[in-house]
Design a binder for this molecule. Structure first.
Ligand SMILES: [Zn+2]
Length: 324
């Protein structure tokens, strides 16, 4: 699916508002874009710029293919100036630098944009500088204030910009979108739970291999009846660092939760094809397993090494088995 098609599908209202303004040539000079997840906000800001810069714009629909569209999608468009927080905040100097660029720079014929990401992190003096700039709009220059928390911007700024409130995508839509992008439902579910809104090839491959390792680990213990301490030895080769261990633990929790959904009658079979593990466990043994994982994850966050945290799970699960 074309990246912009995704927006027409998931953000039908906000895209129409912009297209209508474009067609009537009555476009505001400053917008606050908010309401959705980070990647969706970013895509929308890019789409907005493409509407005004595309070489083959078809009545408010940018082509996504021309030089300008491509540069915009890569965040490399010459007519765009991007401001991000410097540390925790956006500082006055950053706004002043941007203003200088916009008053001296006149190489581009077409529309120019400044995008302020995480606009709610502007300091008061940054906001005051911006306010002066907003009060003297230049034709063909557009301000895009991108923020998850528009209410945290000063009221004076809020009242100067047009709000474009996007739809929050939420679990179901993001998983659907990831599946549309060509990932399996299993991988899409794992990715969503780990906080991904989109997956590049490298991340997809890594999550797939961690998921495989988690499935084997669970299967070894409950179906193949391999001692958890032995099963762990295989694991250490695949879970190489802390962030992988953290993801591995969360994936184990997702798998166990899949089993709980079957046990509690929410669905008939597991999404991850682990019905044999489901049958070997009771709600109590699953709860104990989850409890151990959560403890191990806490240790990991408290700077215990990933191997030690993995050992904790193996040791406790072994003790649980012996206690059965
Ligand atoms: Zn284009």
């Amino acid at each position: 699916m074309d990246m912009f098609d995704e927006l027409y599908k998931y953000q039908p209202i906000a895209t129409k508002i912009v297209q209508n303004a474009y067609r009537q040539k009555r476009v505001a000079h400053a917008f606050a874009i908010s309401g959705a997840e980070e990647t969706q906000l970013h895509l929308f800001a890019n789409w907005f710029m493409a509407v005004f810069s595309c070489e083959n714009n078809d009545d408010g629909f940018p082509c996504g293919e021309c030089v300008h569209c491509k540069q915009i999608l890569k965040d490399e468009y010459i007519g765009t100036y991007i401001i991000e927080p410097d540390g925790a905040t956006i500082k006055k100097e950053q706004i002043v630098d941007m203003q200088k660029q916009f008053t001296t720079y006149g190489l581009t014929q077409g529309a120019r944009f400044y995008v302020i990401n995480q606009a709610h992190t502007m300091t008061i003096s940054a906001a005051n500088s911006l306010l002066k700039f907003l009060e003297e709009p230049t034709s063909n220059v557009y301000a895009l204030l991108v923020t998850k928390s528009p209410d945290m911007m000063p009221i004076t700024i809020q009242s100067r910009v047009q709000q474009l409130q996007l739809n929050i995508m939420g679990r179901e839509l993001i998983i659907k979108k990831l599946v549309n992008d060509g990932h399996s439902e299993r991988l899409a579910t794992i990715a969503y739970e780990l906080g991904y809104e989109e997956l590049n090839e490298e991340a997809a491959a890594q999550l797939a291999s961690l998921t495989e390792a988690a499935l084997i680990y669970l299967g070894n213990i409950d179906v193949a009846q391999i001692n958890p301490l032995v099963a762990q030895m295989d694991l250490e080769a695949q879970v190489k660092n802390k962030s992988q261990a953290d993801n591995f633990f969360t994936i184990l929790l997702i798998l166990l939760n899949d089993i709980l959904d079957v046990k509690s009658g929410k669905k008939e079979t597991t999404l991850f094809g682990i019905d044999d593990i489901e049958k070997k466990n009771t709600i109590k043994t699953i709860a104990e397993k989850m409890d151990t994982i959560i403890t191990a994850q806490k240790y990991l966050h408290a700077n215990v090494s990933s191997n030690l945290a993995l050992s904790l799970i193996s040791l406790r699960w072994n003790a649980q088995k012996e206690g059965e």
